[in-house]
Every structure is written in C-alpha cells, then in structure tokens.
Design a protein around this ligand. Structure first.
Ligand code: GTP
Ligand code: SPV
Ligand code: MN
Length: 650
C-alpha cells in the first residue's frame, strides 16, 4: 500500500488517508500544478496509448483522447442527490438515502485503484483569494481528469498554501472504477462499462462528492457540475447567494459604457457561443468572463456581483467554426485537450461543421478510418467514395456529437481579464450584473426577446425555460417542451421548489431591490414551418443585446404585452458592422418573432402549469413531517401564471 503523504491541513490529510486505505492505489501523487508536471502527465499518457499528441506546429501542447463508447456524456440517470430526506432532493432529482448509498459505493471503491496512481488535486473554483471563491480537493485515479482539471480549474500548491492548516474545502473522490491486476496492460479509456456501475453522487448536507465509474466531463471533473452547481447551489441557498448554469460577458457600447450580462441556457443551447460572440454592430465590443457557470453574490448596494468559478472552457466541438464562434476556435489553438473528435493525417483535428474541408481520410472518434464524401468536402463517411446522402441516411458522424474541447480561458482572444480574475474597479468583488438572460431552443411561440416586468415575473420566465424535443432526443415527444428551469434541471443540489423560493428571496432580502439585474427571455431558435431558422443568431444576437442595454438605460420604449415587454421592430438595430444597412432578415419574419402568439401562449401557460403541478405532486409525496407549503411551487409564481392566463383570455 502507498504511504499517505503529509499535509499541513489535517482535513486534507484525513480525506486522502481515508481513500488511500479504501482504494489501495500503488502510488500517490499530489498535483503541484506546474506546467512541466502537466506536460509530463500528458506525455506519460501518450506513452500509455491514452493520448495522441497533435502536430506541435499546428496545435502546440495539444492532445486527443478517445473515450470508451459507453462513456461519452454526463449520465443523468446515475446522478444522485443524497440528502438525508428525499423531500430535500426534490421532485427533479434521483435520491438515495446516504446511509444506503455510502456502503454501496464503498463496496465499489474497495481496492478500485489497485495498479493505479492516486492523484490528489487541490483546486480553486474562482481566483485564489477572491471572497467568492471556494476550494476543493479531488482524489482521482485518472490522469485524464488531472490534466483536464489543470485547465478547467486553478490547481496545485498555491491552493494548499491558501488553505493553510484549517482552511475549508469540498472533499471529492473519483475513480474510473477499473483496477489493474499485476502486469495487466491498461486500456485507452478505463471506466466501468455498465451504466449501473456508474455513480455521480452529491451529499449536499455534508458537502461531499463521490463519483465512480466514469471518466468523462461533468461526471469526473468534479469542480464543474458536481461542485460549482449541485453542491454550490445548496451552499448558496444556505448562505444567501446563487450558483447558476450561466455564462458571463462584458459588453461595451460605442459610448464606452460597460454592461455585464449573464445568461442561462440549457446544455448545448448556445452559452459558449454567446459568451465569445463577435458583435455585428459597429462600435460594440464583447468580452468573455465565463461560458458555463456563474456564482453571484448580493453586494451591500443591492447589485448582484458575479465571478466565473472556472478556469477554462469545456466546449461542444461540432458546429464550432470560424463563422459561428471564431474565438472558441482560437481558444483551442494551444494547450487544449480534444475528446472524441477526428484525427487528420497531419496530426490535427476536425469535426462536422467546423467550416473547413474534411481531410481526404482521417481517424474517427472510435479510432476507425473515415473518408471525405465525394460530393461534399465538409462531411466524412466510413468508406471511400460515399456520398453525403449515404452518410446522412446512415446517421454516421466522424466526430461524436458530444465531442468537446478543454481549452484554457487565457487563450480566449476576447477574455475580459479583470472580470475573469474576479476584479471590478480593481476590487475583488466580481462584476456587477446588469441583465440576466434565460433561453432555450423554442422553434415556436417564444419571441426573440421578452423583458420581464418585475423580478418575480423574471423568476417565472426562468422557471418556465426549456427546450423543444427534437428527433435526436426522444422521438415520441417531438414538439413537446422539456422544461429545464433556469437551465438547472440536471444541476439542482436540492428541491426545485425551494430553489424557486430562493430566487424570489433574493428580491425580498435585497438591501435595494431596484438595483437587481433586469431579466430577459431570449430565443434564437424560432423556425419557419419548413424548419428554417427565422433569426440568424450568433453575431447577430448583438442586436438583441444592444436593445437590452438601451432598455436598461431607459432609451427605448417597448410594446407592453401580457407576456412581458417586447421590442418595437424599429428599435432592433439592423445595420452591419460598418454601420451601413446590410443585414438581411425578412421584415415580415422579424415582425413575427416580435409578436405575441396568443394561441401558442395559451398552450404555453397550460404546459407551464402542468410542470408546476408535477413538481407539487411529487414534492408533497412523503412530506408528512414537513410543512407542505414550503415544498411547493411558490405562490408568487402561481400568481404570475394566473394573471397571465386571465390577461390572455380563455
Ligand atoms: P454546454 O457546454 O453543453 O453547456 O452548451 P452551451 O450552452 O455552451 O452551447 P454551445 O454554445 O456550445 O452551442 C451549442 C449549439 O448551439 C452549437 O451547435 C451551436 O452552433 C448552436 N448555437 C449557438 N448559438 C446559436 C444561435 O444563436 N443560433 C443558432 N441557430 N444556433 C446556435
Ligand atoms: C453541460 O452538459 O452542460 C456541460 C458539459 O457543460 S459537462 O461538463 O459534461 O456537464
Ligand atoms: Mn454546461
């Protein structure tokens, strides 16, 4: 057995020592967080066949990993909130009694690191020393996790130094769940192959994270969804702040006025794209602070101040192109880890809709050869000579649909360095937020942008966020809206009804509620009957951001409607970035996405009500000992729904 190293912090020692005894690794390495150590681990993984080093001229210090076919995304069905009482996990989470879960998982962890190295990763969520920042220790047997955590969080000795003797942190344990026998050769992507053997477990009251069996993304990089959203949302609820699935951006007007905006869109609905967008409007500048998670704390002045707790971008690869998101592509130029994309013969990477020609042949995400289509330079098939139609019909993609890049934030050409470092006016407060956006993929009904009439109306709009189900997801639910309140559905660390109440409380407990951010609901995804996007999206979304800034300044009027305040079409700036007219959106189309679809909204109200009813029904199940009212969708939200319903008429 390996000897547990010394740590100045007794709680760190106890955590590492406990898992050393349970998991019995061959060796323990405490991650220092230096660049040399990072590259040494990457090179070791190359030797072991777990990484492919990319062409150093084209992609310096970049590597490609191919995951096991069973381990390509978060596993929501195996994600558990283990609060003591089921009611505290709420109607949207999988719950298990911690007294049952712990022994069960301990059985899996027993001897699980045999033949492997146990890494101890001290990490910070946020700039080290910032008052909003929190700390974690992740014990893991995955070098892939170590190098991804090095990019996604601030890791290493500095964190241990900051923790000192008694600094607090969130203890995390992770194992891929694949011990090695003596002399057994490792595989390229070790993990538990059966889905039932995977566990992504949060203990919100004890503030611990136990993960087993998966090596992928949010399942394994425990600082991200497990800590920064599930555990942090519970901490935030207890302590009066907010942990949200939101990007943070800084927008500067031609008059040099700065605005800070956060936006919560469900997974794969455009956060990374909006966070790094190139505005199409002359004189407007956009900078990135974060692309996935925001922690917001109320200041004494009543404003909400935000930091991005992360240090890198774990972005969706397919669709990222020079047209859609040039800044994301530039962020991947060096020091990036790619997972499940195509390897080109010259040691570079490629994916569908990257906006560049596919190589004549390459290696797909499964490690099999793939070939450029004969009639489409931007698509690949499994055999030479295939046509685009043949490939489309087979459903084949050469890069996995959920393939991702792990890129250092510092690579982003438009990073707002001060904001990213948690500074505002040189003080470590985080940045004051002017507007909060909610959104999702809504092919019908939901207008381009809708301004909430009040904070509680905004909370209502957030609670009703969601995306329409497309054929790619669940075929028998096509056209239905899957509600994803505040884009947090997979990430609530506690009861969703209490979470709604917490949002409402932010206004009630604010020292000056008039200073809270204005709330908007945006929808870039309206479609025509024949399935075409009605709004160009991407850089053109700057036109919507400008309108929002003008509303904040009180510079433009709005159409006051029952559902909220919508722009007058004339107030959406349609000039291009040379300041000339040139933007092509059909005026009829624009008018349509700026109009209240009365019939659509009646249907909308019905289904929002149904989602509330479902939370209520499940929330009161097994809650005999508790006050039921505290566990139901707050009355304030029901009131908004009722008044909207009567305003629209039957
Ligand atoms: P997670 O990292 O999973 O949380 O996703 P995300 O919210 O960061 O989504 P991302 O920005 O990676 O976008 C996902 C997909 O949405 C990509 O395929 C984009 O091309 C597409 N997308 C993003 N913005 C727009 C837009 O304004 N219009 C349209 N039509 N598509 C968009
Ligand atoms: C998401 O699914 O919202 C992601 C990817 O950002 S993961 O980190 O895997 O959760
Ligand atoms: Mn995300």
């Amino acid at each position: 057995m390996a000897k547990t190293p010394k740590f100045a912090n007794a709680k760190v020692f106890d955590w590492v020592d406990k898992w050393n005894k349970v998991c019995t690794p061959d060796k323990i390495v405490v991650v220092k967080g230096t660049k040399k150590e990072h590259l040494d681990i990457c090179e070791m993984m190359v030797k072991n066949g777990q990484f492919i080093k990319l062409n150093a001229k084209k992609r310096p210090e970049c590597y490609l990993a191919r995951s096991h076919e069973s381990d390509v995304a978060r596993v929501e069905g195996r994600t558990f909130i283990c609060s003591k009482r089921e009611i505290d996990a709420g109607p949207t989470n999988h719950w298990m009694d911690p007294e049952v879960m712990k022994p069960l998982m301990l059985k899996s962890y027993k001897g699980c690191m045999k033949g492997r190295t146990m890494y101890v990763i001290p990490y910070a969520m946020g700039p080290i020393g910032n008052p909003i920042t929190q700390y974690g220790i992740e014990v893991t047997d995955s070098p892939y996790v170590v190098v991804n955590m090095n990019i996604m969080t601030r890791t290493g000795e500095e964190v241990l130094k900051h923790l000192g003797k008694d600094g607090d942190f969130i203890p995390c344990i992770h194992s891929v769940g694949a011990p090695l026998k003596k002399g057994q050769k490792d595989v390229a992507w070790p993990c538990a192959k059966n889905i039932e053997d995977k566990f992504i477990t949060q203990f919100p009251e004890e503030r611990q994270i136990w993960s087993f069996g998966s090596g992928y993304g949010g399942n394994a990089l425990l600082g991200k969804k497990c800590f920064a959203l599930r555990i942090a949302s519970k901490m935030a609820k207890d302590q009066g702040w907010m942990a949200e699935h939101m990007l943070i951006l800084t927008l500067t007007s031609p008059e040099k006025k700065q605005y800070h905006v956060t936006a919560a869109f469900p997974s794969a609905c455009g956060k990374t794209n909006l966070a790094m967008m190139l505005p199409k409007l002359k004189g407007w500048k956009l900078q990135t602070i974060g692309d996935d998670i925001a922690w917001l704390k109320p200041g004494e002045d009543g404003r909400l101040y935000a930091i991005n707790p992360e240090n890198g971008f774990f972005g969706v690869a397919p669709g990222t192109s020079n047209d859609s998101n040039p800044n994301a592509l530039k962020s991947c130029k060096k020091g990036t880890i790619f997972t499940n994309v195509v390897l080109t013969p010259d040691g570079d990477i490629w994916w569908e809709d990257m906006g560049v020609d596919a190589p004549k042949e390459g290696v797909d995400w499964k490690g099999n050869p793939c070939y450029r289509c004969v009639d489409d330079r931007r698509r690949m098939g499994t055999k030479p000579g295939m046509t685009k139609a043949e490939v489309k019909a087979s459903g084949y993609v050469a890069a996995h649909k959920k393939s991702r890049f792990t890129a250092p934030a510092e690579n982003c050409p438009v990073l707002d360095k001060a904001g990213f470092n948690g500074l505002y006016n040189k003080k470590p407060t985080g940045v004051p937020i002017d507007a909060i956006l909610f959104g999702g993929r809504r092919p019908s009904t939901i207008p381009l942008v809708n301004e909430a009439k009040s904070w509680s109306h905004g909370v209502f709009l957030g609670s009703a966020a969601g995306s329409e189900v497309t054929a790619a997801v669940i075929s028998d639910q096509i056209g239905q809206v899957r509600r994803d309140p505040m884009a947090m559905l997979p990430f609530f660390g506690y009861n969703v009804c209490d979470y709604f109440q917490h949002w409402l409380e932010m206004e009630r407990t604010s020292p000056d509620a008039s200073k809270l951010p204005k709330i908007y609901f945006v929808n870039w995804f309206r479609k025509t009957a024949d399935g075409k996007f009605m709004w160009p999206g991407f850089g053109d979304n700057s036109r919507v951001l400008k309108w929002i800034c003008q509303r904040i300044e009180g510079k433009v009027q709005a159409q006051v409607t029952p559902i909220g305040n919508l722009p007058l079409a004339k107030d959406i700036d349609l000039s291009n970035n040379e300041g000339k007219a040139g933007f092509t959106v059909d005026p009829e189309m624009l008018a349509k996405i700026l109009t209240v679809d009365i019939e659509g909204w009646k249907q909308e109200i019905r289904t929002i009500g149904e989602s509330y009813d479902e939370y209520d029904a499940k929330a009161s199940k097994g809650s005999k000992v508790l006050s039921k009212t505290a566990r139901r969708v707050p009355k304030a939200l029901r009131d908004v729904l009722a008044s909207l319903s009567s305003a629209l008429g039957k």
